[in-house]
Structures are given as structure tokens and as C-alpha cells.
Design a protein around this ligand. Sequence first.
Ligand code: IMP
Length: 182
Amino acid sequence: MNPPYPPPIDRVLYTEEQIEQRIREVAAEITARYRDRSLKLIGVLKGSVFFLTALARHLEIPVRVDYLAISSFSASKSSPGVVRIAKDLDEPIEGDDVLVVEDIVDTGLTLRYLLQTLAGRGPNSLGICTLLDRTSRRLVQVPVEFRCFEIGDHFVVGCGLDHKQYYRNLRYLAVLKPEAKG
Ligand code: IMP
């Protein structure tokens, strides 16, 4: 059965215009930080694709893009934060200025694993940029340098964030109705 459309949302957190405006601001910060350098954006599939694309369009420095995918076993309470790379980067990152682009940093477990792995490959620098940051649920500290929005403890969809793989394509960020989340 297809999921309902329009989606069963409780409320819109940020509109398309607010998100676009904030992405422009963060892109300007990143441009200033990496001026006279080139940047490799690493997107974590699949959630970050929408944000990465919107962000990259506003960066005014030379940019390359690569992607990786992670399988997370965080659902298992016995071994939270167990992750592995399901699809690796196409290119090495040795000597590169790397910015990992995320849709949301929640517990930080996925990102901690990712940073450890990438740091071992000898990048010149390794930063994090996320669309959403939910620091209230953080279990491990990760150095988030660029964030668009801090959000509270509610499940959100849109702008790459999914529920059962749906609703990534929403142009706004919304809180899903608790009963819809199941
Ligand atoms: P963590 O930081 O390791 O806990 O995991 C972050 C990942 O959990 C994100 O990349 C998302 O895929 C997923 N996630 C966390 N919160 C939400 C949410 O509110 N909506 C959709 N996906 C979420």
C-alpha cells in the first residue's frame, strides 16, 4: 500500500524559503572558511543528497563531490552505533580538505565511526556540515562546525530525511504525526 500523500505531518518546522535562506548563509560561512582552497564534499547516502546539492550550488570555491553509504545497526539495543561502510568513496581523500555533509546529527554514533575511518586516510582537514543538529540526543561528541538548524526531540521528514524511505523529496522540513511514525 502506498503511504499517504500529502504526508501525515503535525507541523512544518521550516519552510522552503527559510531553508534556502539558511543554506545560503551557511554556504557563505563555508566559502569564507575555505577561501583560496578547494573543498571535497562527502555526502552520506541517501539523506544528505538533497542538502548537499542545495549547499554546493551556493559555494563560491572549487568543489568536488563524492558519496558513501553506511549501514547502521543502531536499531539493535545490544550494540548501538555499530556501522559499516556499505558503499565506499570513489576517490582517495589524502591531502584533501574534506567536509562531510549530513542530513542530521542525532546520537553522533554514525558520524564518529565515519570520522575515525576517514581520518585514517590522511585528509588535510576533516570538517562536518549538517542540515539539522539534535544535540539533546547526543551520545558521543562530534565536532559539528557548520549547522543550519538545531532541532528538538521530534522525528522530522523532508529535505532528504525519510520515514521508511518516503518523504525525502518534501521541500520543507516537518514533524511527522507520532501515530504515523508507528
Ligand atoms: P546518529 O547520529 O548516528 O544517531 O544517526 C543519524 C541518522 O539517523 C541520520 O543520518 C538519519 O538517517 C537518521 N535520523 C535521525 N533522526 C531522524 C529524523 O528525525 N528523521 C529521519 N531520519 C533520522
